[in-house]
Design a protein around this ligand. Structure first.
Ligand SMILES: [Mn+2]
Length: 337
């Protein structure tokens, strides 16, 4: 983090403030981990801090230290609105467009609070008073570490370390994505010294499948298809299949990575039907130079990073697959070596 940016953080945080921290909708390990770590740090340094999540988060995150004090906007819109209205500062973590917080967007936009963005996605919006944005960093948790480390490293403790480790681990695919750097490992080393327990965090996140979820994975894998002549695979899951396996929020998390574990595959896609919202949710993961951020933006109104992106289509599952296949056909030359 550069000196000027650090100074602006120090200036706004010099006296105790009423602070709200908001992760993106459907928060993942990085969004929740960075929010909880920052909350812990700011509380220890004299601020009044509340995390408000736009909605529920998956069950595999409900062990994280401090998560039981999170207010969910979807369950308590009135209370959340009052708190945001009364806040001096609103931190937005792990996203860079207010549309990522859905129904909270206008409340945050209209609040007089100073907005602070900490995020690692491309093309940041300009809503924030302080923008700490860096798309070369693998996780928001690494950025929150840099902030805490620069302001007062003596405040690092086991709670902060556990939350940050969780987000770094999940966003780097357990330290194997291209975004994993020497700095990532230096940070993680300090987190372990502060009390983060890698084997327990790993177990809490990954070894929590329900019987139904593992069967749903089996269903997803048997739906896996390869596109002839291209290093591309895709998985589809219909609402009917989700229902058959008693789908719960978060159950399909990580399924897409199985596609990339196939030898020679550089693009994996998963398409999941949501009958209630009448949408198909898409996720894209790539290895190497195929830019799924561009692909998701061009064909599916989505976006993300070069190697990980998402999108949504208001369409049927069959039509989405058709659209995906024709989009891939148009980008075929990108796979030429
Ligand atoms: Mn992230």
């Amino acid at each position: 983090m550069n000196k000027q940016l650090l100074e602006s953080f120090k200036t706004v945080l010099i006296v105790p403030k009423k602070i709200i921290i908001i992760p993106h909708k459907n928060p993942d390990g990085d969004a929740l981990g960075s929010s909880l770590a920052l909350q812990c740090f700011l509380s220890k340094t004299g601020h009044n801090v509340q995390v408000i999540s736009p909605n529920e988060y998956p069950e595999f995150l409900n062990w994280m230290p401090g998560q039981d004090n999170i207010i969910k906007f979807s369950q308590a819109p009135e209370q959340s609105t009052q708190l945001i209205k009364a806040a001096d500062i609103v931190f937005t973590l792990d996203y860079n467009q207010l549309s990522r917080i859905d129904a909270m967007q206008s409340i945050v936009a209209e609040s007089k609070a100073q907005k602070i963005m900490i995020d690692h996605h491309q093309n940041p919006g300009d809503y924030a008073f302080i923008t700490y944005s860096d798309a070369t960093i693998g996780s928001t948790c690494e950025m929150v570490f840099e902030l805490i480390y620069a302001i007062d490293s003596t405040q690092l403790d086991k709670v902060i370390a556990t939350c940050l480790y969780t987000g770094i681990m999940t966003d780097t695919g357990s330290f194997r994505f291209q975004s994993t750097t020497a700095r990532t490992h230096q940070i993680v080393s300090q987190l372990i010294e502060q009390g983060a327990e890698p084997h327990l965090i790993h177990q809490n996140i990954y070894d929590t499948y329900s019987f139904n979820r593992l069967q749903l994975l089996g269903n997803a894998l048997s739906n896996l298809k390869k596109i002839e002549g291209l290093p591309v695979v895709y998985i589809s899951l219909s609402q009917k299949e989700l229902n058959q396996n008693k789908f719960k929020k978060g159950d399909t998390e990580g399924f897409i990575n199985y596609g990339l574990s196939l030898l020679g595959i550089s693009l994996a896609v998963i398409m999941i039907e949501n009958e209630t919202e009448k949408i198909i949710k898409m996720s894209f993961r790539s290895k190497g130079t195929f830019d799924v951020n561009q692909f998701a933006k061009k064909y599916f109104g989505g976006g993300g990073h070069i190697n990980a992106a998402g999108g949504v289509l208001r369409s049927s599952l069959d039509k989405t697959i058709e659209h995906f296949l024709s989009s891939i056909a148009k980008e075929k030359s990108q796979f030429d070596d």
